[in-house]
Design a protein around this ligand. Structure first.
Ligand code: ARG
Length: 570
C-alpha cells in the first residue's frame, strides 16, 4: 500500500505511452514526486521540469501529453497545472486500502527490512566516571536511544555502546585523595558528590604541596599496572557512578549492550601505536607523538604524551578498530555534542590514513546543539550543574500537579505523571533538528495544548478513550464515510509515516519522527472536533473507529521510536 510508488509506476506507464522512444529518463520516479503544499492541488505532484532536456519539450507540454494517457481506478483524477502533473486519489478507495493494510499488522506500520543483515554500532550517553550525570548528557542519551529504536525498526542489528569516560590521571588523583582524606562510608553515601569533593580537595592541597601530583600519578600508574588495591578502588568508584546513572537510564528506559569505555581499550592502544609507527604516520613533537594532519587543514592528532600516556584520541582509534573487528559494523555512529566535531574529524582521518577505508563512509559523528534551561546554560544554572535526575523528578512533580487538576479521578496518577513528565523532557529534546540549540522551558514542555509530548500523549489517550466507547458489534466499515478533508488529511499522514521513519534513519534525525507523530496527533484532533465518531450509522462509525484505531497505533509507535511512553489514560 505504497501510494507514492504506485503513482511513480503510473507516471512510468504514462511516460512509456506518451514517449515510447524516449531515452535518458530518470530511473527513480518516486524520488521526484512531491507533496503539494496545499491538498487542494492533489495528493502528489509530479514536476515535469527534469524531463525537459531528455524529451526536448517544455514542462507544461510534457504534462499535457502525459495526462492524456493512462489512468487507474485508485486515482480519481490527474490535472495539469503548469509543468506539474497533479494526482488526486480516489478517496474512498484510498481509505479502504490504507486502513486495511495498516490494520492488518498495525504494530508493523513503519517497520521495514531496509537494514536486514546490517549492523550499526551506536555510541551514546558515554558518561564520565566520578562526574554527575548532568544535562549535558541528556541529548546524547535520548538521541542515541531513539536512533537505536529507529534502526531496530528498520531491520538493523543494533549494538548500543556506553563508551564510559573512565581513564586518565584524574582517577589516580582521586584514589590518592581517597587514601589520604576519604572514608568508605562517605563515598557510599555521597556517591559522585563525595568523589568530586575529594578531587577538588586534591587540587587545593596539590597547589600547596606539588609532590602530591607525583603521588597521584603513581596511583594512576598502579591502575595501569593492575595493582589489586588500586583496581579495587577504581572499580568501586565506577560502580558507585554507574549506580546513579542506572537510576536515570531506568527512568528514561534506556539500555546498553556494552559499557566498554576508555579503560577497556587501555591494553589495546599498544597495537595502535605500533601500527601508526609501522605505517610511518607517527611524528615526534616535543617528546610527544602525534599524527600530523596539516595537509588536511587540521591540528595534529595527539597519540602519546611525552610521559608515554595515551590520550582520548588514542583510545578512540583503538575502540573504532575493536568495534569493526568485533561487530563487523556497516555503520558506527557517535552521538556526541558538536563541540567534539574536530575530535571526530581527526579520528576518522587518522583511521583512514591507517588504511581503514571503512572509516570514511561508515563512521559518522551525529552531532547536536546545546541545551539551555529557561535561557541559561544548563550546566551552570545558578553556578551549579543542573542534574538530570533532578530535572526528571521535577518534571514528574509538575506533571502530577497538572494531572491532579485535569483528571482528579484518574487511577494510578503517579505512573501517568512519570510517563508524562519524562515524556515532556524527552519530546522537547527531540522536537527540533538535532543540530539546533534547545532552550528548555517548563511551561512550554508540559503544555497539554501546544506541540509537546503531553499533547501527543493526550491525543493517544483520547483515541484509547474513543475506542473503549465503541460498540463491540460493528459491521464492515463504510469507507465512503472517510472522504471528507479531515479524514483524508489524517489518512495521508498515516500513509507517509513509514517514509518518515526511513528518512529519520537515513539522516540520523529523530525529530523527523517527532514531527510526523505530532502532525498525526494534530490531524486526529481536527478530525475529532469536526466529526462525530460514534453515531447512528454503524457502518460509518466502523470506518471512523478503524481510522481512530490506526491513528492510536501509529502515535504509539511514533512515541515509542522517540523513547516516550504512551499512557492509555491521562
Ligand atoms: N565521555 C565523553 C564526554 O562526555 C564522550 C565520549 C563519546 N564517545 C567517544 N567514543 N568518544 O564528553
Amino acid at each position: 500500500m505504497d501510494m507514492k510508488q504506485r503513482i511513480a509506476d503510473l507516471v512510468g506507464d504514462m511516460l512509456r505511452a506518451a514517449f515510447p522512444d524516449a531515452q535518458g529518463l530518470p530511473d527513480d520516479l518516486a524520488a521526484l514526486l512531491e507533496v503539494p503544499p496545499d491538498p487542494a492541488l492533489g495528493d502528489y505532484a509530479f514536476p515535469c521540469f527534469k524531463l525537459s532536456k531528455a524529451l526536448r519539450m517544455g514542462p507544461p507540454m510534457i504534462a499535457q501529453k502525459l495526462a492524456a494517457g493512462g489512468g487507474r481506478p485508485d486515482i480519481a483524477r490527474v490535472e495539469c497545472v503548469g509543468g506539474y502533473l497533479n494526482f488526486f486519489f480516489n478517496r474512498e478507495n484510498f481509505a479502504k486500502e490504507l486502513l486495511s493494510a495498516l490494520l492488518a499488522a498495525p504494530e508493523q506500520w513503519g517497520a521495514s527490512e531496509a537494514g536486514k543483515g546490517k549492523t550499526v554500532c551506536l555510541d551514546y550517553s558515554s558518561i564520565n566516571i566520578a562526574k554527575r550525570f548532568h544535562l549535558g548528557h541528556l541529548s546524547t542519551t535520548v538521541i542515541g536511544n531513539s536512533l537505536k529504536r529507529i534502526y531496530d525498526f528498520q531491520g538493523w542489528h543494533t549494538v548500543s555502546i556506553n563508551h564510559l569516560g573512565d581513564w586518565g590521571t584524574q582517577f589516580g588523583k582521586m584514589i590518592c585523595a581517597y587514601k589520604k582524606w576519604g572514608d568508605r562510608q562517605a563515598v557510599e553515601q555521597g556517591g559522585v558528590d563525595e568523589m568530586t569533593r575529594l578531587y577538588v580537595r586534591f587540587g587545593e592541597e596539590a597547589a600547596k604541596d606539588p609532590a602530591l601530583e607525583d603521588e597521584g600519578r603513581a596511583w594512576f600508574k598502579k591502575i595501569e599496572e593492575g595493582d589489586p588495591e588500586a583496581l579495587e578502588i577504581f572499580q568501586w568508584f565506577k560502580d558507585v557512578t554507574l549506580k546513579d546513572a542506572l537510576r536515570v537510564y531506568d527512568v528514561l528506559d534506556v539500555h546498553f549492550d556494552s559499557y566498554a569505555g576508555e579503560s577497556f581499550y587501555a591494553d589495546k592502544t599498544g597495537r595502535v601505536v605500533r601500527e601508526l609507527e609501522e605505517k610511518g604516520l607517527l611524528k615526534d613533537s616535543d617528546g610527544a607523538k602525534i599524527v600530523d594532519l596539516e595537509a588536511y587543514g587540521m591540528p595534529p592528532c595527539l597519540i602519546l604524551k611525552s610521559d608515554g600516556a595515551t590520550l582520548y584520541h588514542t583510545r578512540d582509534i583503538a575502540a573504532a578498530i575493536y568495534r569493526k573487528e568485533t561487530y563487523q559494523f556497516d555503520q558506527c555512529l557517535y552521538v556526541v555534542a558538536y563541540q567534539q566535531d574536530l575530535h571526530f574529524k581527526q579520528l576518522f582521518k587518522v583511521l583512514e590514513l591507517m588504511g581503514y577505508d571503512w572509516a570514511k563512509d561508515q563512521c559518522k559523528h551525529v552531532s547536536f546543539g546545546m541545551v539551555s534551561y529557561e535561557g541559561q546554560a544548563m550546566a551552570t544554572r545558578k553556578g551549579h550543574v543542573v542534574l538530570l535526575d533532578e530535572l526528571l523528578t521535577r518534571a514528574q512533580e509538575k506533571a502530577l500537579d497538572i494531572i491532579n487538576e485535569k483528571s482528579p479521578n484518574l487511577e494510578n496518577k503517579e505512573e501517568a505523571a512519570r510517563q508524562v513528565g519524562v515524556g515532556a523532557v524527552v519530546y522537547a529534546t527531540l522536537q527540533n533538528n538535532r543540530i539546533k540549540d534547545i532552550d528548555f522551558w517548563w511551561d512550554r514542555a508540559l503544555n497539554f495544548d501546544g506541540e509537546t509530548g503531553p499533547y501527543v500523549q493526550y491525543t493517544h489517550a483520547r483515541c484509547c478513550s474513543v475506542l473503549r466507547k465503541a460498540p463491540a458489534d460493528l459491521p464492515a466499515p463504510d469507507y465512503g464515510a472517510l472522504t471528507d478533508d479531515e479524514s483524508q488529511a489524517l489518512l495521508r499522514l498515516l500513509s507517509r509515516f513509514p517514509e518518515a521513519v526511513a528518512e529519520a534513519a537515513l539522516r540520523n534525525e529523530p525529530s523527523i519522527v517527532t514531527r510526523a507523530t505530532t502532525d498525526i496527533a494534530k490531524a486526529y484532533n481536527k478530525f475529532y472536533y469536526e466529526h462525530r465518531i460514534l453515531d447512528d450509522n454503524a457502518a460509518a462509525t466502523a470506518a471512523r473507529i478503524a481510522l481512530t484505531s490506526a491513528c492510536r497505533q501509529v502515535i504509539k509507535t511514533g512515541l515509542y521510536l522517540i523513547g516516550v511512553h504512551a499512557p492509555e489514560r491521562m
